[in-house]
Design a protein around this ligand. Structure first.
Ligand SMILES: NC(=O)c1ccc[n+]([C@@H]2O[C@H](COP(=O)([O-])OP(=O)(O)OC[C@H]3O[C@@H](n4cnc5c(N)ncnc54)[C@H](OP(=O)(O)O)[C@@H]3O)[C@@H](O)[C@H]2O)c1
Length: 326
């Protein structure tokens, strides 16, 4: 384990998925909040560089692979945490990977947490599991249900869209290309939340009883925004005349249908079909709370948290030479 000296007064929190976008932010937010955060990540060249960076910022790291159950047990034995935060997520969303990480790895972490006498578990999930159609959503939901019947104090955080997911076209706009839209660009809306604001919300779950044993949908500062509005904002900040090009999301559905006959006989085809289904889902579903009675997404019912705005983030990306995260 690398990192900060041990302060016995503060609560020790083990963070799984600490190398991910939100996991990193959570490890930093724990340090800022006076907790003893220990980030768990698998060993790789990138993660070793990240661990050194976190170490310089006073955050501790433990290397363990979450697909290796004894390694998870060792992480608990060494850190002896009082609470766990899981920001683990399949990087691909492919069915097998989702089952292995979003469900099984989280379950192994939960089982080892219980065995180690840990009393609290905060899970980073996703708002889209409220309308589950995709393999990774079902895997997340299966784990959410297991967590809720565990003996631990749990909080399930279901955020809307992250800034990185809405920044993929910054380079296109900088290069003078049109902003790509599905349909008229008004098919979906979301309340984007920054990594730092979401991390503060997640860490806030530890000592706020109002967030215990709760499913917590959460977005950033409103109002909700559509893809067309995101594009318009980008062009305005870049000082360029808006240019849009529209595509039909039906294309994804068509390709998925064409791949379907091959999915039962080819894992590769099954994965490609799932990627098309994922693309169609995000092109057509809002990342807002689903109002079951009204049978529509509700901006008003989607809670807001934090201060950072997408506009500031776009301005930063346009002004700096920083490339948006994939
Ligand atoms: N993107 C959005 O707009 C959005 C919105 C709402 C909710 N969410 C949800 O938020 C969650 C976290 O998102 P994120 O962007 O922070 O995720 P991310 O950057 O992809 O991080 C995933 C984490 O899981 C780890 N991981 C994945 N596969 C692994 C494996 N096979 N073995 C060991 N570790 C593995 C990664 O480790 P490595 O670094 O070693 O790969 C990384 O630490 C996801 O559940 C996502 O569905 C996302």
């Amino acid at each position: 384990m690398t990192g900060q000296s041990i302060n016995r007064q503060s609560k020790r929190v083990l963070v799984f998925g600490a190398s991910g976008t939100i996991g990193q932010a959570v490890v930093r937010a724990l340090a800022q909040g006076g907790y003893e955060g220990v980030g768990v990540m698998r060993r790789s060249a990138d993660n070793e560089a990240l661990a050194a960076e976190l170490d310089r910022d006073g955050c501790a790291v433990h290397f363990a692979d979450v697909t290796d159950r004894p390694a998870i047990a060792e992480a608990f034995a060494r850190a002896r945490p009082e609470a766990v935060i899981s920001c683990l997520a399949s990087r691909s969303g492919a069915p097998r990977d989702a089952d292995r990480i979003d469900f099984q790895a989280n379950l192994d972490v939960l089982d080892e947490a219980e065995a180690a006498g840990v009393r609290q578990f905060v899970l980073l999930s996703a708002i889209c599991v409220q309308k589950p159609r995709l393999a990774f959503q079902h895997a997340k939901l299966r784990f959410e249900r297991r967590l809720q019947v565990s003996g631990l104090t749990w909080s399930i955080v279901r955020p809307t869209a992250f800034f990185k997911s809405l920044s993929g076209q910054v380079e296109r706009v900088k290069a003078g290309k049109p902003f790509l839209l599905f349909g008229d660009g008004e098919l979906t809306r979301c309340k984007p939340i920054s990594d730092a604001d979401l991390a503060r919300f997640i860490v806030g779950c530890i000592d706020d009883p109002a967030r215990h044993r709760c499913i917590l949908p959460i977005g950033g500062p409103g109002p909700a925004i559509s893809p067309r509005e995101q594009g318009a904002m980008l062009f305005e900040l870049a000082g360029k005349a808006p240019r849009f090009r529209s595509m039909t999301p039906g294309l994804f559905r068509l390709i998925a249908a064409l791949l379907s006959p091959f999915a039962p006989i080819s894992d590769w085809m099954a994965e490609k079909r799932e990627y098309m289904r994922i693309a169609h889902y995000y092109a057509t579903q809002s990342m807002l709370v689903w109002d079951v009675e009204a049978s529509e997404y509700s901006e008003d019912a989607t809670p807001e948290f934090g201060r950072d705005t997408l506009q500031e983030h776009y301005r930063y990306l346009l002004d700096s030479h920083a490339k948006p995260e994939a």
